[in-house]
Write a protein that binds this ligand. Structure first.
Ligand code: HEM
Length: 456
């Protein structure tokens, strides 16, 4: 996508391709609301850490910038780095924050100011992390080191399943919180928590950061921009209304959910391809990789192969059993992650925005977050904890920098603000109903478009 958008003649003029060249630690530019800034000398001083800015370099970061800071607050600093204007954009752009968006931010910020609750710190976060690491290590130990379990394959399978579930929880908690900088104010903590995903799950925190924080969260449900919705032509599944229809999609609701079981295995290979061969995750370009991330990436891969494959082989398990247990753990992990993710956005009820011919999304960004999202089961503390609070998806998308442990508190504020401004809020009472609506979406998009129209 390439289009002229910004009417501002001051400073040097940059196309997005020119901006993209400034993506290195010693030469880092970013664009916010059509203005280009040279942030090279600010990287080391950024209170949110250098890592974020090294990822942000060379792109238009308007939406991330407005999400992770109070509106207007760091603009004074930004002004000092002004070097020019951006004349074209590679990805869609959004209007200035609307009255709804500003009220939403103000209401939630006020809540934390009044209650003096720290949005990023709470003991319960650390208790939950300890339970997850404990379950992961305990299940692993039982599976491969307890003689009573080793002699009984069915028990090993049960521990493989709990290991897989703990791996999914690591993704939904430590990885997810770190990638939104929502646990503590310390960038080093985010890096360490992120690296535990590399080591225990064998998949890259860095690739997730690009895909999730700089891709999916900004361009939610926008075809060809949201990296969670990447599809080939033709693909295994048809999930976007503007995707071409092929007869292979009939009955996709029956076989596609089965394929979700290989997701965890797939991403371990896919991230090598993204970082070292393609250099981008769909439309989200990868910047030069730092030493920290290179070490975490390859260290994680090597550690994963050693602890999940080589050690079990060395202690005498047969190869078929090692791979069977690995596949079972991966399948549990994959299903849990895939179904909870899909139930939030890949459902028939929500909106699928498309930019206009000039690349503008006409809707306010926060409003778009609400209408592209489906929430569920707010009443259930149990569901909230096992899906990593993804059932508060609308809250999460507008306030990703706030710890998930506070979503049940700010959820009512978000809902009330939506009601006040007449913004539709999609909600299902249970997790099962939310998953059902994903299956229904697959079924409907699997139909020939004319049959789909008739069935609606
Ligand atoms: C390039 C322009 C940027 C400037 C000038 C800037 C400036 C600042 C400043 C002044 C703060 C201190 C707290 C505040 O005032 O809100 C801050 C914190 C923070 N920034 Fe940025 N920032 C930039 C880009 C980004 C981007 C692109 C992201 C995320 C994708 C980000 C994420 C954060 C986070 C997470 C914190 C909070 C750290 C904490 O928890 O205390 N910043 N930034």
């Amino acid at each position: 996508m390439r289009y002229t958008t910004i009417e501002n003649n001051s400073g040097k003029r940059f196309t997005w391709q020119e901006l993209a060249k400034h993506n290195k630690p010693n030469d880092a530019y970013v664009a916010v609301r059509g203005k280009v800034y040279d942030i090279t000398n600010f990287i080391e001083r950024h209170p949110g850490g250098d890592d974020i800015l090294l990822l942000a370099a060379g792109r238009d970061i308007t939406q991330a910038f407005e999400t992770y800071h109070e509106l207007g607050k760091p603009d004074v600093i930004l002004k000092k780095f002004f070097v020019g204007t951006l004349t074209t954009n590679e990805l869609p752009i959004f209007p200035e924050p609307s009255e709804f968006h500003r009220s939403m931010k103000k209401n939630v910020e006020e809540y934390f100011r009044k209650t003096e609750i720290d949005p990023k710190n709470s003991t319960s976060i650390w208790i939950r992390y300890a339970i997850i690491y404990g379950t992961l290590i305990g299940s692993y130990y039982a599976q491969f080191y307890l003689p009573y379990v080793i002699e009984r394959t069915w028990l090993q399978i049960i521990f493989a399943m709990s290991l897989g579930f703990a791996c999914a929880q690591l993704g939904l908690n430590q990885l997810h919180d770190a990638s939104h900088f929502s646990v503590t104010n310390d960038p080093f903590v985010w890096k360490i928590l992120g690296a535990t995903h590399d080591f225990f799950n064998g998949a890259s925190y860095l690739v997730w950061l690009y895909q999730h924080a700089f891709g999916h969260h900004i361009y939610t449900n926008i075809a060809d921009c949201d990296p969670d919705l990447v599809t080939n032509e033709p693909d295994i599944r048809r999930i976007k209304p503007n995707q071409r229809w092929y007869s292979r999609y009939i009955n996709q609701h029956l076989f596609v959910p089965i394929l979700y079981g290989v997701l965890a295995t797939k991403v371990r290979f896919q991230d090598i391809n993204i970082l070292y061969f393609i250099g981008s995750n769909d439309k989200i370009r990868i910047n030069p990789i730092t030493t920290w991330h290179t070490c975490a990436f390859w260290g994680g891969k090597v550690f994963f192969v050693i602890y999940r494959i080589l050690v079990p082989l060395m202690i005498g398990l047969s190869a078929w059993k090692v791979f069977l247990l690995l596949a079972i753990a991966d399948a549990v992990s994959s299903y849990w992650l895939a179904l909870t993710f899909q139930a939030n956005h890949v459902v028939d009820e929500v909106e699928w925005p498309l930019p206009d011919k000039d690349g503008f999304i006409q809707k306010d960004w926060a409003e778009m977050q609400v209408v592209t999202t489906q929430d569920y089961a707010h009443e259930s503390g149990f569901i909230t904890s096992i899906v990593g609070s993804l059932n508060y998806q609308a809250v999460h998308h507008i306030f990703p920098q706030i710890s998930q442990h506070h979503y049940h508190r700010i959820g009512p504020i978000v809902k009330e603000t939506c009601r006040e401004f007449g913004i539709r809020y999609y909600y299902k009472d249970t997790l099962w109903e939310a998953i059902e609506s994903h299956i229904k979406h697959l079924r409907l998009l699997g139909l020939k478009p004319e049959d789909h129209d008739k069935s609606e």
